[in-house]
Structures are given as structure tokens and as C-alpha cells.
Write a protein that binds this ligand. Sequence first.
Ligand code: CA
Ligand code: CA
Ligand code: CA
Ligand code: CA
Length: 168
Amino acid sequence: MLEDVNDEIPLFTEREQERVLEGEPPGTVVTRANAIDKDGTFPNNQVYYYIKEGTEGQDYFKINSQTGEIATKITFDRETQGAYALEIEARDGAPSARPNSGGQPNSVTKFIRIGIADKNDNPPYFDKHLYEAEVDENEDIQHTVLTVTANDKDECENKSSLLFYLSN
Ligand SMILES: [Ca+2]
Ligand SMILES: [Ca+2]
Ligand SMILES: [Ca+2]
Ligand SMILES: [Ca+2]
């Protein structure tokens, strides 16, 4: 029987696009990275997960090296930044048998884009601070005096359905 050597590199299997809701506490689970190593025996086929040192995502996400579970380190605000690039690495558990490996395990890296999903967390604001209009007292009661518009920073489905009230 041939003895297994560590010549297979782990391969990531998961999607490249993930999402997490804004406003959730640190520690919220985003997804679970998964990589498969086709070697026949432990530890040649054991996979460990890391976030690449010195990349943007390091400050915002953490990964469980055993399970690949990716969780948040901060509370996100979609209106500040809508997506983050996270570079993750899968490494196997023994020195590589491939040429020029320098005694390091086999490893592979991959970028995941993590989108921040919207919550309705912004109040509407008027487009102008002050609206003025003159109304003739004989004006027909249905006459349009003024059109006011308002907006908010959330995405379409979370924009408030705006109701206006007149105060005097
Ligand atoms: Ca092998
Ligand atoms: Ca391997
Ligand atoms: Ca927000
Ligand atoms: Ca929002």
C-alpha cells in the first residue's frame, strides 16, 4: 500500500458573496468557510482557517481556525461602509510534499466580499430646512400650496413612507 504524502492543497467550497446585518453586536456569525483537502490521512488532510495578516478584514472579522466559522468583531453601519473585502486562508496540517514548499504546509487564499445589509435605522429629513409659501385667502381649497420632499439614508425598502402634517 502506498503511503499518503501531503501533496494535496485545500480547496475552498463556499460562496464568494456573504451578507451580515448592520447594527448587530460583535460576535454575530456571518458564515462558515469550508475547504476540502483530498489527501487520504490526518494530518495531511486536516484544514485550519485564518484571516490573512495585514488585510482590511482583519480589523472587522475573526475566524475560528478549527471550524472556519466567520464572525464579526464590530457593529457595522451600512451607511458608513456598505461592504468589506475579507481575505481568508486555508492551510493543511503537515509540511508539504510538493516541490519548493520550504517545509511549510500547503495553503490557499481566497477573497470573500461581505456586504452589510440594511436596517431601517435612519430618520427622514427634509430636503430644505425652511419652506415658505404664500396662500391667497380666496384660493380654492384643493390648491397645491407647496410640495415638500424628504429623504433618508436607508435603502429603498427601509425608506420611511413619509407622512406630512401641517402645523400652525
Ligand atoms: Ca497525498
Ligand atoms: Ca494536504
Ligand atoms: Ca446605519
Ligand atoms: Ca440603514
